[in-house]
Design a protein around this ligand. Sequence first.
Ligand SMILES: Nc1ncnc2c1ncn2[C@@H]1O[C@H](COP(=O)(O)OP(=O)(O)O)[C@@H](O)[C@H]1O
Ligand SMILES: [Mg+2]
Length: 286
Amino acid sequence: MHAALPELPDTIPVAPSMSMFDPVFIGIDEFGNPVYLDLVYHNLLDAGEPGGGKSVLIQNLVGHAFLCHDFTPVLLDPKWVELGMWMEAAEATGGVFVGPDIDKGLRVLRRLQKVMDRRYSWLLAHGRRKFLPSDLIKVIGIFIDELAYYTATIGTPEQQKEFIALVRDLVARGRACAMPVIAATQRPSVDIIPTSLRDLFGYRAAFRCTTPNSSDIILGHGWASAGFNAQAISPETPGVFYLIAEGGIPHLVKAAYLTDAQIHQLVDYVTWIRRNGDPHPIQLAA
Ligand SMILES: Nc1ncnc2c1ncn2[C@@H]1O[C@H](COP(=O)(O)OP(=O)(O)O)[C@@H](O)[C@H]1O
Ligand SMILES: [Mg+2]
């Protein structure tokens, strides 16, 4: 006979924390199987039309990341309301939040580029090519919601160009030194994300698109005609997207969903467990 299971508490129990090197749960596939990402070693491009579910996916990833002991957050959100919810938690974690401020965004990205250079010097000095969980290094997760705002909307053309160049450098070199970039944007046309930059994202998530061409812009040329067309995703099912991982074929995924109340609960929890501060903070606040 089985003993009755204990009732689950309505708060998150204190337990050994997760690591950024753990698989990140993002939702289920069309067979109901869980889908995980290997976030540390991959960048993620999250694209599709407004209301498709891009920010919800980012919230899942951020929620996981804050529950990890080895996470330093860099959150950029010109609309405030998504990643801004984590501002207090980001400060408590020695990270930084950037709102609709391209000057601050540029300062933070330049600083990240320096951190990246130093991490590569360390790897070189130790004869290594990438960081491992045993290095106990902080994973600097760079989350950008509405990338286009910084690369095509605010600031001067020079600032926008510098922003794209810095993001490109981080996307190209960041993953081996534990600095993955997760960026969301509406249709990633060439003025926002040049194709050469798009191709550097190991993971690409295509939420509902208005045309097969937009879907191909995200997933890669030719997938729509092969049957993997994000235009076919129903507007009735936000959160459904095609996920393509390096070298694979796209998979249909339904993202998990955190309610506002659940996010607030997580923010309270992760802020509280860091109430004594981080003994080894990375100086990112600009
Ligand atoms: N995975 C999901 N499960 C359930 N509802 C979702 C999911 N993703 C998105 N939605 C619904 O769609 C709305 C828009 O999603 P959002 O992520 O804000 O879109 P985007 O950032 O692409 O504009 C959400 O407020 C929510 O109501
Ligand atoms: Mg959004």
